[in-house]
Design a protein around this ligand. Structure first.
Ligand code: ITT
Length: 194
């Protein structure tokens, strides 16, 4: 079974590649380099559907897309769907997570709870559409640690990582319990029915 992965983010391609290889070797995941639609949804589900629909229409193959981000409790779930947009500030030499740490510096929140969210849309051309979500709970660190992963990984301390940041986990450790792995797990039965 072939399925298109509708993302232009090389880190996601790598993580999905590893997750699929270790859990669903029956699937052949192919990349997508077609037109990138405007992601103007206000929810993870809307944006994931926008991306998966565009890829399914362009390729004629079943397509899945991940829309993801970090949701910080004391910020009411921000940056959420705008997590990648914040990452754009990297151009000016400021990492996305530094902006987030700055925002939290003056807020009294001893727990600093947050979660990574991955919403995957699966779109079959001319057929069904499904949306699943995986959540990886944890807290925000006060300073970055670790070199692995991408995005907010250096400042995210997953509850199941014994005090290490997501960037201190090996790729195999991250891919065994991340929000992306949990969402893909939920997609499993729907992929079998393709
Ligand atoms: P595509 O739309 O092409 O898939 P993107 O990077 O623009 O790529 P999103 O709009 O879903 O994807 O943005 C997700 C952002 O959330 C991403 O750029 C990171 O800043 C953050 N993020 C998502 N998953 C993450 C993870 O596993 N570790 C760290 N940060 C993550």
């Amino acid at each position: 079974r072939r399925i298109v992965l509708a993302t232009h983010n090389a880190h996601k391609v790598e993580e999905f590649g590893a997750i699929v290889a270790s859990t669903r070797p029956d699937l052949e995941v192919v990349g997508y380099d077609g037109p990138e639609p405007v992601e103007d949804g206000v929810t993870f589900a809307q944006n994931a559907l926008i991306k998966a629909r565009a890829a399914a229409a362009h390729t004629g193959l079943p397509a899945m897309a991940d829309d993801s981000g970090i949701a910080v409790d004391v910020l009411g779930g921000s940056p959420g769907v705008f997590s990648a947009y914040w990452a754009g500030h990297k151009k000016d030499g400021v990492a996305n997570y530094e902006l987030l740490l700055d925002q939290l510096a003056d807020i009294a929140d001893p727990h600093r709870t947050a979660q990574f969210v991955s919403t995957i849309a699966l779109v079959v051309p001319g057929g069904e559409e499904h949306v699943v979500t995986g959540v990886w709970p944890g807290r925000l660190a006060t300073a970055p640690t670790g070199e692995n992963g991408f995005g907010y990984d250096p400042v995210f301390l997953p509850d199941d990582a014994a005090g290490r940041s997501a960037a201190e986990l090996t790729p195999a450790e991250k891919n065994a319990s991340s929000h992306r792995a949990r969402a893909f797990d939920a997609l499993g039965p729907l992929l079998t029915a393709l």
